[in-house]
Design a protein around this ligand. Structure first.
Ligand SMILES: Nc1ncnc2c1ncn2[C@@H]1O[C@H](COP(=O)(O)OP(=O)(O)OP(=O)(O)O)[C@@H](O)[C@H]1O
Length: 352
């Protein structure tokens, strides 16, 4: 059975909001991530999607322990690492790596590519057989770069090549998990597929688990075996990739999917364009009950009163869960009519 390599339980990050004069004090909190559960299995590709500001990057940084959680627990290979000290974390840190959206910002412009890639080995005292230089050259080749460019500087490379350098650096410590935070968002569309294909190959050949963070369901579609959809600090739906794309159960997932021109390339199940009413509410004061209700065309009174929990509905596929009081029935393949604004729906008390 595949190992559950990285588990988050009730993971929460609230950033304090300071105000007042002359003495600044805590007046509230940005509820960036609010009690999410996630399980990443060894060697799998797990997609985390949602609009800008919904807490994806914060989740990635919590999973890699770059941020300290406000509450909740993180287990890596059966070990609770939530409050592990720097020293205790050192071996884990090397096994859980992160790659970032902006490859240029994350590479030291004054270091050669060879030094950038061999740096993590040096810091962690790793001496591979054949030496660090040989290993760094090998890694450059693995990610599709010319090892002869070992002595060049980041500015001499294109955006896609820089992202490859970042990936080679992440591979230097033989990670078991890589959290990739919007790794292709800053790249030209023509280059995006090449980098996604590279990550897919690395997953297959090296057995690395990937948490792939993206705001674009189309990108995640081609890479992820399982997908979780985030909205305002919560996971609203999670399941096997095909269930999410063919049988979305949460209205928010429907809306996100409808923004993908052709999610499957085969005329897909959700074709209507859903334009959500209003803006994403502030994570400082999220709506009561279901956080999505203020933009949801299906919202009823109960949605303001009771927070829906991620739950498996009868008949849904294994592990396909949705946090909605009124999820789509599992058999629905096609959203035929969509009321865009609750105020336009005469049958909805939320529109009164
Ligand atoms: N250090 C911080 N201090 C205060 N608020 C923060 C901090 N980091 C993130 N936030 C807030 O937390 C919320 C979630 O941010 P996060 O970057 O995790 O979202 P995201 O889904 O990754 O969005 P994006 O794709 O734009 O990066 C946002 O409202 C953001 O402004």
């Amino acid at each position: 059975m595949t190992e559950d390599i990285l588990i988050a339980e009730g993971l929460t990050k609230h950033f304090p909001v300071l105000g007042g004069f002359p003495f600044r004090r805590r007046v509230g909190a940005v509820q960036a991530v609010d009690g999410i559960d996630l399980t990443v299995r060894a060697g799998e590709s797990f997609g985390l999607v949602g609009e800008s500001g919904c807490g994806k990057s914060t989740t990635g940084r919590l999973l890699t322990r770059l941020l300290e959680p406000t509450a909740g627990r993180i287990h890596y290979r059966g070990r609770d690492i939530t409050h592990a000290t720097r020293k205790e974390l050192a071996p884990v840190r090397s096994e859980i790596q992160m790659i970032f959206q902006d490859p240029y910002a994350s590479l030291n412009p004054r270091q050669t590519v060879g030094r950038i890639v061999s740096g993590p080995m040096e810091i962690n005292g790793i001496d591979p057989p054949g030496g660090r230089t040989a290993r760094a050259r090998e890694l450059l080749e693995t990610v599709g770069l010319n090892p002869e460019h070992y002595n060049r500087f980041p500015h001499e490379f294109s955006g896609g090549q820089r992202q490859r350098i970042g990936i080679a650096r992440a591979l230097a410590l033989d990670p078991k998990v890589i959290v990739a935070d919007e790794p292709v968002s800053a790249l030209d569309v023509s280059i995006q597929a090449q980098v996604v294909n590279l990550l897919a190959r690395l997953r297959r050949e090296l057995g690395i688990a990937f948490v792939f963070i993206a705001h674009d369901l189309a990108v995640v579609r081609h890479f992820s075996q399982r997908v979780a959809v985030m909205y305002l600090g919560k996971i609203v739906e999670e399941g096997p990739r095909d269930d999410i794309y063919h049988r979305p159960r949460h209205p928010y997932t429907h809306a996100l999917l409808s923004a993908v021109p052709d999610p499957d390339g085969d005329g897909g199940p959700v074709r209507e364009r859903i334009r959500l009413a209003g803006d994403v509410p502030s994570p400082v004061q999220p709506p009561s009950g279901c956080r999505f209700r203020t933009r949801c065309w299906k919202a009823r009174d109960v949605c303001a009163e009771v927070e829906p929990v991620l739950a498996r509905a009868d008949g849904s596929g294994p592990g396909h869960v949705s946090a909605c009081h009124f999820p789509e029935p599992p058999t629905v393949e096609r959203a035929t009519e969509v009321i865009l604004d609750p105020a336009l729906d005469p049958s909805s008390p939320a529109g009164d």
